[in-house]
Design a protein around this ligand. Structure first.
Ligand SMILES: Nc1ccn([C@@H]2O[C@H](COP(=O)(O)OP(=O)(O)OP(=O)(O)O)[C@@H](O)[C@H]2O)c(=O)n1
Ligand SMILES: O=P(O)(O)OC[C@@H](O)[C@@H](O)[C@@H](O)CO
Length: 441
């Protein structure tokens, strides 16, 4: 079993982040995190991701966890989802020896943090067990701490949100084990030996066991240590191991429809559609820290928040915002508004375009950049400005080769308006089913 280089301690983002949580989940998360801030020992949480399968049902040579979705390996989306959760301290991924270098390359290329790699086993349960052993602190050279709670999540379930992770972790702390469930889509039947129907299960009184699942580490580690070879070989349910070997009845937590596991090729197409839909709901507003730009950017942010799920704002000259921007690009933002209030030059937009051209964003999906310029027509003759701004056409042609759609928006305003900057109303028209918003100020 080989522990790869830990991906760096601590959450990818400073401080507690309650993103992706709503209502009482947010309150629960705050309570969960406040244990730390209250000076009490925070409940330490780690995750184990079994990623050592061959993906036979996918029917392609590449194991499905490494299959590209928008040119990015599927497992990277799952890691990104877990990394958004600041209270998961370590993420242990079990991969086969032959895929260890591939996995290390993915961790490096997408700058995944808090990742440790262990050797997978010949079955999913054995892979999970190897992950637990790495956390048990009874391994030589292990840099990992034994967690109080461990989350187990299939590497091929990329659409996991913080709220369900929090629910199963809190439930596991209280009950010893917890798992996400979903209503059955098809009725479960039991065939007789001669291949005929023996009986069917009452669908409404049964549920599908999904992931994530969470356990008190001691419970699930003990269960795996007691586990029979038969169960390690043929078992598919961690909750059952906790029940059978530790008499721990898991708390069942209703999960969202997006928790499904990528198993067949159609699931990969579905995953790509979901990822594209999520990309179209994200936008980043870049502006310089100048007061006017700040105000315009904040106006735009408020308007866009009514239309889109994720609106990020990064201010400060791009060179300072660079790290922020890199993180935003890493999180797969494909839509940008670059606000240039008093400067007509394209320096900021150009820096953004350079960062995008050097990024890992897929060329298969259009990046939309809207370069907004506010100019006081009393200060600057229109002709001269338009000539200058027409440069944007040249930029646009250049970056189009990389599927970056660059649009320019010039807002000419009278001198008086400058004092009225505070009253600026931004009306945003986001064309449905497109990533290209149309703006009017
Ligand atoms: N020896 C194994 C087998 C599976 N898994 C992981 O367990 C998760 C769920 O298993 P499954 O969907 O069955 O994956 P595969 O075994 O790869 O798929 P198949 O059964 O189609 O071969 C996947 O992330 C898979 O990589 C694992 O870590 N080690
Ligand atoms: O059986 P598979 O290896 O396809 O999937 C493993 C688990 O995801 C599956 O058994 C869930 O029902 C969770 O227990």
């Amino acid at each position: 079993m080989e522990l790869g280089p830990p991906g760096g301690a601590g959450p990818a983002e400073p401080g507690p982040r309650l993103r992706g949580l709503r209502g009482d989940d947010r309150a629960a998360s705050a309570a969960w995190l406040s244990e730390a801030s209250a000076g009490r020992r925070a409940p330490s949480v780690a995750a184990v991701l079994p990623a050592g399968g061959s993906g036979e049902r996918m029917g392609v040579p590449t194991p499905k966890q490494f299959c590209p979705v928008l040119e990015r390996p599927l497992i990277s989306y799952t890691l990104q989802a877990l990394e958004r959760v600041c209270w998961i301290k370590d993420i242990v991924v079990a991969v086969t020896g032959e895929n260890m270098e591939v996995m290390k390359g993915i961790v490096q290329r997408y700058q995944h943090k808090r990742i440790s790699l262990v050797e997978a086993g010949v079955t999913r349960h054995r892979s999970i067990f190897n992950g637990l052993k790495a956390l048990a602190e009874d391994q030589p050279n292990s840099k990992l701490c034994r967690p109080e709670v461990v989350i187990i999540h299939d590497a091929v379930r990329p659409f996991v949100e913080e709220d369900v992770l929090l629910k199963v972790a809190i439930a596991a702390k209280e009950h010893g084990a917890a798992g996400a469930i979903r209503p059955l889509v098809s009725t479960v039947i039991s065939p007789s030996a001669d291949g005929c129907l023996d009986h069917s299960l009452e669908r409404t009184s049964h549920r599908a066991s999904e992931m994530p699942q969470a356990f008190l580490f001691d419970v699930i580690y003990e269960a795996y240590q007691q586990c029979s070879d038969y169960d390690l070989e043929f078992g598919t349910e961690c909750l059952q191991l906790a029940l059978k070997y530790c008499h721990t009845k898991a708390k069942l937590v209703e999960g969202s429809p997006d928790l499904w596991k990528v198993t067949y090729k159609r699931d990969l197409y579905a995953a790509e559609s979901i990822i594209k839909e999520r990309i179209s709901q994200q936008i980043c507003i870049l502006m310089d820290a100048k007061e006017d730009e700040e105000h315009v950017g904040r106006c735009l942010e408020e308007m866009l928040k009514k239309e889109l799920n994720h609106v990020k704002v990064t201010s400060g000259a791009l060179c300072h915002a660079g790290r922020d921007l890199q993180q935003i690009i890493l999180e797969q933002c494909y839509n940008f508004v670059c606000v240039n209030v008093m400067t007509s030059d394209f320096e900021e937009t150009r820096k953004l375009l350079n960062a995008l051209e050097e990024s890992n964003l897929s060329i298969l999906y259009p990046v939309v950049v809207i370069s907004v310029h506010f100019l006081d027509y009393k200060l600057v003759p229109f002709g001269q400005k338009m000539e200058h701004l027409m440069q944007i056409k040249e930029f646009a042609k250049e970056v189009k080769k990389r599927n970056i759609l660059l649009c320019g928006l010039l807002i000419y305003y009278p001198q008086l308006w400058r004092q009225d900057m505070r009253t600026l109303e931004v009306r945003v028209y986001v064309r449905p089913h497109t990533t290209q918003p149309a703006y009017c100020c």
